[in-house]
Write a protein that binds this ligand. Structure first.
Ligand code: ZN
Length: 276
């Protein structure tokens, strides 16, 4: 699933490519990709609306329109947004096509079809259950060591890896970056969050920012389906220290071998030597 760095890469691409353009049309080939939104309403909302900004909340892209509406796009497991020429072929998994006033098109592809598009009034976005239920953005001033301490003391008997995946605690982290962040912070993924020391919380906070920033600089990690707006893969996989490196030596050269376990049903990779 695209996580914060992948979605941020797409957002930055969209910001460069489509802000200031108008939406001219929408073709919907698979109506179930729309959530709480009727096709005819979406067509009406989009028609000749100018895209004033492209924002992101967690793993969700938010197209802000001059008509006072926001279009939420969640790529979920395998969604791709692609900036295409009008004559480009329509792929098998293209479910929605947005027309743009410069003649280009925005294709939403999704092989597994878990993604969605939802239109809502921008002024009501704060009441949307998905958006309102999210924890702070890692790069916001609300994301502090004190915040982590406060949230984690309430999570007795949980495992830190599972808590990092909880979007109501921190927005945007998924299975890849939770493992990479915990390795960077030298914290074992099975630890209970409420017993982390002040020093460990600070290390976790800093590791979160460092890993996410490096992943954005490398335009994300491409496993399975993720690509950027131009269809290119991200370059961060070669920097992974633990994710999908089971049986390989730890990058810290500490004699540790990366282990794979399951936490909350998700494969989890860590080094038993340097993560305590
Ligand atoms: Zn290690």
């Amino acid at each position: 699933m695209p996580e914060l760095p992948e979605v941020e890469t797409v957002r930055l691409d969209l910001q460069r490519s489509i802000v200031g353009l108008k939406l001219t049309s929408v073709e919907i080939f698979l109506p179930k990709m729309l959530k709480d939104t009727q096709a005819e309403d979406l067509a009406h909302i989009l028609k000749d609306a100018k895209i004033t900004a492209v924002d992101r909340r967690g793993k969700i892209i938010l197209l802000r329109l001059s008509s006072g509406y926001t279009i939420m796009i969640h790529l979920k497991m395998s969604g791709q947004l692609l900036y295409m020429d009008a004559e480009d072929p329509i792929g098998k998994w293209t479910h929605i096509i947005f027309g743009l006033s410069n003649g280009h098109l925005l294709h939403l592809r999704d092989q597994r079809q878990f993604g969605y598009v939802k239109a809502l009034k921008t002024e009501d976005a704060g009441n949307d259950t998905t958006l309102a239920g999210m924890g702070p953005e890692p790069f916001s001033t609300d994301f502090t060591v004190a915040y982590l301490k406060d949230r984690f003391t309430r999570r007795k008997k949980a495992k830190i890896k599972a808590v990092l995946l909880d979007q109501s605690v921190i927005a945007g982290i998924g299975n890849i970056y939770a493992d990479e962040i915990l390795h960077e912070a030298r914290i074992k993924p099975t630890r209970s969050p409420d017993v982390l020391t002040r020093q460990e919380l600070a290390a976790l906070h800093d590791a979160t920012l460092e890993i996410l920033r490096a992943a954005i600089e490398n335009r994300g990690s491409s496993f399975s389906k993720y690509v950027d707006l131009s269809g290119k893969q991200g370059g961060y996989v070669k920097h992974h220290r633990v994710y999908r490196r089971e049986g390989e030596p730890c990058f810290r050269d500490d004699g540790g071998t990366i282990k794979r376990i399951k936490i909350a049903g998700r494969s989890t990779f860590y080094c038993p030597k340097c993560q305590k």
